[in-house]
Write a protein that binds this ligand. Structure first.
Ligand SMILES: Cc1ncc(C[n+]2csc(CCOP(=O)(O)OP(=O)(O)O)c2C)c(N)n1
Ligand SMILES: [Mg+2]
Length: 837
């Protein structure tokens, strides 16, 4: 709602505050309430969260009366943890100035929103008894809250709200924030088109939605509600990453235009670590979105669990105290206070560019879902709730609206008519539009026509190399880095074989030069865990930075390499989100070791591998996962190839292990240049990073394509064909040489999925049809790609026997002893050449 000018641009107001602050007695009293007032606040509509008597507040007198009315009221301000005094002061100033008058027109709008929110739920309840809708009733003030947030946001520059939320009230938000027609939403309950989604699709309260919102002031804001899995809070980093991509696409002004909003449940907010990971990078340059507004839809319950069992803190929102950001607790039944807090929080976000938390405290009118009976676990609470009127009735009384009942009846009739119309819809509504930057990109099964050439000319390689290996005059380079750059200069000009680090730099540089943005983030990714990347040069005298990849050509695209926070799900979720709104870019996430990728399993399972099947939403995100058995123990060996292979179906993802530097180069370029947008999982090398056997001659960079299968051209008509991926293949080649073996072929399967059957059949055919095919892997028998490869190889083996060589089944991926590792590895190599069926 409109605010007095002084509240938005209030340099003057702050000085007024300073003036009133000179009365030391008043200041002392106020300070006590500013700090602790929220503990005695009237924050819970049902009164279960009792005010906490606080010694500092046991003060009487005029100032105490005044301060108590502000700080121990229906708004509880928790900001003692904010470091910046001017930010605290700004908030105190806002709290201590009278709130703007809510006009009659604004009250009517709020009442209408409240009635709609409640009646919408009731109509669904009547018609679809027994199906889950996760009613908003009890916290319906969320709708006027978002209404105000959009009004204030749009006045400060927002043109799009990027919103992530879970189940609670989602259908209501789709109707009343994303403004999808009730018919569409009701049609979701009718399940009109089951045949179209056999084995795929998602439930109605997970689907994303887009729409247009008209604010109170008449501004239009595009709404983008992000698709979301059941896994609570998993959508947080995805929403933030999506926002960042939209902001980056826009360039200047992006932070103002795209406003992120995350709506959380109280139990989830307190309990799920991924939220803490997401908040932790909120202010870091590589990840910031200029502040996310968080709303905790706090019904003081998580399913059957009461708030005292949910968290060790007084409020679920307390986890946010780690950040230097405000937490506004607000009684969800004082709607004017809710609206005021929404305005304050939004202004704060725009003024200071940080996250803000609104803790909207209400209750839950029904069970967790509507098929659940809450009187079994919270009998007294639900007795009270049963007698408690809906919020719109309370608000109507407060503002003296006499025709609210008639209004509610009219709105009910409106929804009931929509429901009848929903029955006529015969195709499941989509509820969203895709931005046009997706027009050029495809999902579905792979087609040969998607392929593109990925090689570049010797001249271009040489030119890119000159930019990658030079730095400004006067830059004090570290001697080790100097040497590395000298070696890279030789690599790029054909004087020495190219290693992985240089191959990657050439891939990134060539793409950026061609206008394709590159974004890579991961732990220590700027230098590279294995000292292999050195994407940022650091002056040893002043720590100034120089990024060769940003200095390839005038007008090049952005090439940003970021050291991430020490998080896997938070950062991978962000990069997945980023890829969702930047299909043109090559977006990569790198694990420190592939072993740590399982910390992010929910992002992989719920978004990366299933996003297309569930929501028809594509992503080209790349995961770089260092993998290989090198005697470094159970947690520095395996990126769990088996997990990814198991997730692969219907060409949902690509899984590759490039065995040499040029292959890595072509794979990265293919991912960016093809318009087939599929997540790519790359098992990357560790010990092979600089190994001569895995380095490539410069000529291989001019070759046309990535090879899904590398044939063995050294052996003709082999008796035995070893099929393998990555490092073990190089070790097998060395073993073959040692044995002076001339009858064993070693074939590298560079792409595990989609399985390159045609290429493999062709390679087998070159060797006739006698002898054995042996799948060789480093991983134990219950891990790696074995279980998936054996039936595939058997199908194409013809007359050959299919055997396998692997470590014995094991509960742990690898031994902790380097010596035991060596013995095992030697045994594998011997068996590969000797095992018989
Ligand atoms: C990661 C995860 N764990 C468990 C669940 C099962 N679950 C669904 S809703 C819910 C309770 C959520 O409580 P809260 O966050 O307070 O939201 P509310 O339903 O009260 O709005 C639980 C445990 C889940 N969906 N996701
Ligand atoms: Mg809850």
């Amino acid at each position: 709602m409109p605010t007095p000018k002084s509240k938005v641009s209030n340099g003057g107001a702050i000085s007024a505050f300073v003036e009133t602050s000179v009365n030391p007695e008043r200041e002392q009293v106020f300070n006590a309430f500013r700090q602790w007032g929220y503990l005695e606040g009237d924050l819970d509509p049902l009164g279960f969260l009792r005010p906490r008597p606080t010694p500092e507040l046991q003060i009487e007198g005029e100032y105490a009366r005044e301060a108590r009315a502000i700080y121990s009221s229906t708004i509880g301000l928790e900001i003692n943890h904010i470091y910046n005094p001017e930010r605290r002061r700004w908030i105190y100033e806002q709290m201590e100035s009278p709130d703007s008058e809510v006009t009659e027109k604004a009250q009517a709008r709020i009442l209408d929103l409240l009635i709609r929110a409640d009646i919408f739920e009731q109509v669904m309840q009547q018609r679809y008894l027994g199906s889950k809708r996760f009613s908003l009733e009890g916290v319906t003030a969320l709708i006027p809250l978002v209404d105000e947030l959009l009004d204030t946001g749009s006045r400060l520059g927002a043109t799009e709200l990027v919103m992530g939320m879970s189940h609670r009230g989602r259908l209501n938000v789709i109707a009343h924030v994303a403004k999808r027609s009730p018919e569409e939403i009701f049609a979701g309950f009718e399940d009109v088109d089951p045949r179209s989604v056999l084995g795929s699709g998602d439930v109605k309260y997970h689907m994303g939605a887009t729409g247009e919102y008209t604010t109170y002031s008449g501004n239009k804001v595009h709404i983008h509600l992000v698709s979301n899995p059941s896994h609570l809070e998993a959508v947080d980093p995805v929403t933030v990453g999506r926002t960042r991509a939209k902001q980056d696409r826009t360039g200047e002004g992006g932070r103002e235009k795209y406003l992120p909003l995350l709506v959380h449940g109280d139990a989830a907010f307190a309990g799920q670590g991924i939220l803490a990971e997401t908040m932790n990078y909120a202010d870091l340059p590589g990840y910031t979105v200029g502040g996310t507004i968080h709303v905790v839809v706090n019904n003081l319950l998580g399913f059957t669990t009461s708030y005292v069992e949910e968290h060790s803190t007084r409020f679920a929102a307390c986890i946010a105290r780690r950040q230097s950001i405000p937490i506004f607790h607000v009684n969800g039944e004082d709607v004017d206070a809710v609206v005021r807090v929404a305005r304050l929080a939004t202004e704060y976000r725009y003024r200071f560019g940080t996250d803000v938390v609104i803790d909207l405290i209400g209750y839950r009118r029904h069970g967790h879902s509507e098929v659940d009976d809450p009187t079994i676990t919270q009998p007294l609470l639900y007795k009270k709730i049963k007698e408690h009127p809906p919020l719109w009735e309370i608000y109507a009384d407060d503002i003296g609206a006499t025709d609210a009942q008639a209004q509610a009846a009219a709105i009910k009739a409106e929804f009931e008519s929509s429901q009848k119309d929903a029955g006529k819809i015969t195709k499941k509504p989509l509820m969203r539009d895709l931005p046009n930057y997706w027009d050029q990109y495809y999902g579905g099964l792979h087609k040969q026509e998607f392929e593109v050439e990925t090689g570049i000319s010797i001249e271009e390689l040489s030119e890119l190399t000159s930019h990658l290996t030079t730095y400004p005059a006067g830059f004090h380079i570290h001697p080790k880095v100097k040497k590395l750059l000298e070696q890279r200069a030789e690599m790029g000009t054909g004087k020495r074989p190219v290693d992985y680090g240089m191959a990657e730099a050439l891939a990134f540089a060539s793409l950026a030069k061609a206008g394709i943005p590159v974004r890579l983030s991961g732990q220590d990714s700027r230098r590279g865990t294995f000292n292999q990347r050195h994407s940022v040069l650091i002056d040893i005298e002043n720590e100034n930075e120089y990024v060769p990849l940003e200095n390839i050509a005038p007008g090049q695209a952005r090439c940003g390499i970021h050291n991430s926070t020490l998080s896997e799900p938070g950062v991978l979720g962000f990069e997945y989100g980023y890829s969702r709104d930047y299909p043109e870019a090559l977006v990569l996430w790198e694990a420190q070791f592939g072993d740590f990728v399982n910390v992010a399993q929910a992002i992989i399972d719920q978004f990366i591998s299933a996003g297309e099947a569930k929501w028809n939403l594509l992503s080209g995100v790349v995961m770089l996962l260092p993998h290989g058995y090198e005697g470094q123990g159970p947690e520095h060996s395996s990126a769990r190839i088996e997990r990814f292979i198991q997730l692969a179906a219907k060409h949902n993802i690509q899984i590759a292990q490039p065995s040499n530097a040029a292959q890595y180069f072509h794979l990265l370029r293919r991912q960016a240049l093809r318009h087939w947008r599929k997540p790519l999982v790359v098992f990357t090398p560790k010990s092979m990073l600089r190994h001569a056997d895995a380095s490539s001659p410069i000529a291989d960079f001019t070759r046309a394509n990535f090879q899904n299968v590398i044939p063995d051209n050294e052996v003709e008509q082999a008796d035995r064909i070893l099929v393998c991926t990555g490092k073990i293949g190089h070790e097998l080649q060395a073993e073959r040489k040692k044995r002076k073996d001339t009858s064993t072929a070693i074939v590298f399967l560079e792409q595990l999925y989609p399985f390159p059957e045609k290429e493999l059949v062709a390679e087998f055919a070159r060797h006739g049809d006698k002898g054995e095919i042996v799948w060789v892997q480093e991983e134990p028998a219950n891990m790696g790609a074995l279980f998936n490869m054996l039936p595939r190889l058997q199908r194409i083996a013809g007359n050959r026997h299919v055997l396998s060589v692997k470590r014995s089944s094991s509960a742990s991926p690898a031994t902790g002893s380097a010596k035991a590792h060596e013995v095992e590895q030697k045994t594998l190599l011997t068996l590969a050449f000797t095992t018989k069926g």
